[in-house]
Design a binder for this molecule. Structure first.
Ligand code: F3S
Length: 62
């Protein structure tokens, strides 16, 4: 599973990092970054949950 963030949509809500810090991190402005683009199976459920909880729908799971 892969995740990516659309940086034009991200408004820095930080829920991705809050829910799944194993995969997401924040830049110095508090915007989301993908630390682990190829999500290991053990973290897939939380990464999906993070994507579903992004208020801007900025996270794509594929
Ligand atoms: Fe940005 Fe959504 Fe995360 S707005 S910081 S990708 S929760």
């Amino acid at each position: 599973m892969k995740v990516s963030i659309d940086h034009d949509l991200c408004q820095g809500h930080a829920r991705c990092w809050d829910i799944c810090p194993e995969v997401f991190e924040l830049d110095e402005q508090g915007h989301g970054l993908v630390a682990v683009p190829e999500v290991p199976p053990a973290h897939e459920a939380k990464a999906r949950e993070a994507a579903e909880n992004c208020p801007e729908r900025a996270i794509t799971v594929s």
